[in-house]
Design a protein around this ligand. Structure first.
Ligand code: TLP
Length: 348
């Protein structure tokens, strides 16, 4: 049976061009800095994000963790959203491995952190009772709030606040190219005022593995030691970086197609009685829905019924679900998904 997989854009498989590039990749030992393909990817990424340097890491999670550990010592505090991926889905790594205190601020509906809440989250410098505020993390696109693109203006305001208060601004830009596409601007101008950014090659850009952390040279130098410490020194990683180069050179422009299909999917789904679009979606490649709860269909049963119709989705809360469009989702997949959901809800 063929499954249409809407669970995430992480499920994308490498394209034929990527597999060819991986096969032909020139490699060396990257821990010695001698893998020409990794070096090429890092230079390209730094240039595209407008930062001084970059480091290829195994995952978005490792990129964010290395960034936090490079800036915060044990007992230091990182401010982030209650709906931030670093808070919700990174296994508490910054605290478990770095002894970093997480200070959350609620995300507003539009994915941002309220500029009025941020000053209240600051600790008093010099007060021996308190941790030291060291870092602010924002996420773009903001996944859990709806895949929302966060504007350059907001990022600049957040940076101004951070820098005035001696904080480092890190952007978890796992899907920064989706944000840039939606906002019609370059990724580099979107994150110009941020100190560092992690972005993922392995989501909508279709590379099989990997993310890149970008920032100033001394910070990336620190991150290199941390990557080694975290077990991410990958030796002949050029085989993976080769796919990453294809991702950056030829997969960015097509993200607009995913956004178009998310719109078509949202339109189709919202025409089904009992299905409601939530979280302002879609603004990029994510569609969030609420399915009328009086149906008494558990999330597990709903997901299983859809699976039996060839459609895979994830839930995010009781009666709430996320569907993500990506390279492996074509128009037929969208039509099939809408049809499957209509059938499941008619029959249950
Ligand atoms: N997100 C995954 C899940 O972990 C939720 C997904 O399917 O969306 N930052 C953001 C904003 C992310 O959405 C993700 C992955 C990451 C970081 C982590 O990236 P990886 O999976 O490469 O560690």
């Amino acid at each position: 049976m063929r499954y249409y997989d809407f669970r995430s854009d992480t499920v994308t498989r490498p394209t034929a061009e990527m597999r060819e590039a991986m096969y032909r990749a020139e490699v060396g030992d990257d821990v010695y800095g001698e893998d020409p393909t990794v070096n090429k990817l890092e230079n390209l990424a730094a240039q595209m994000l407008g930062k001084e340097a970059a480091i290829f890491v195994t995952s978005g999670t490792m990129g964010n963790l290395a960034a936090v550990l490079a800036v915060c010592g044990r007992g230091d505090e990182a401010i982030m959203g209650t709906q931030g991926h670093t808070m919700l889905h990174e296994a508490g790594g910054v605290s478990a491995l770095g002894g970093v205190v997480i200070h959350t601020v609620p995300n507003l509906d539009d994915g941002t952190l309220d500029m009025e809440d941020l000053p209240k989250a600051l600790r008093t410098p010099g007060d021996v009772h308190e941790p030291i505020s060291r870092m602010l993390i924002i996420e773009n696109t903001q996944n859990a709030c709806g895949g929302i693109p966060i504007s350059a203006e907001y990022t600049e305001k957040a940076a101004e606040f951070a820098h005035m208060n001696g904080l480092w601004l890190h952007v978890d830009g796992a899907r920064i190219f989706n944000a840039a596409t939606a906002l019609g601007m370059s990724a580099s101008s979107l994150v110009r005022s941020a100190d560092s950014i992690t972005f993922c090659l392995s989501k909508g850009l279709c590379a099989p593995v990997g993310s890149v952390l970008c920032g100033p040279k001394p910070f990336i130098h620190k991150a290199r030691r941390l990557r080694k410490m975290l077990g991410g020194g990958m030796r002949q990683a050029g085989v993976l970086a080769a796919a990453g180069i294809v991702a950056l050179e030829s997969m960015v422009d097509r993200l607009a197609e995913d956004h178009q299909r998310a719109k078509a999917l949202a339109e189709g789904l919202s025409s089904i009685p009992g299905v409601e679009l939530i979280k302002h979606s879609p603004t990029t490649n994510m569609v969030f829905i609420r399915v009328a709860s009086e149906r008494k269909l558990s999330n597990e049963a709903f997901i299983a019924h859809l699976k039996s119709q060839g459609v895979l989705i994830n839930d995010t809360a009781p009666c709430e679900f996320r569907l993500v469009t990506h390279h492996d989702i074509d128009d037929e997949a969208v039509a099939q998904c809408v049809q499957a959901m209509r059938t499941v809800l008619q029959q249950n």
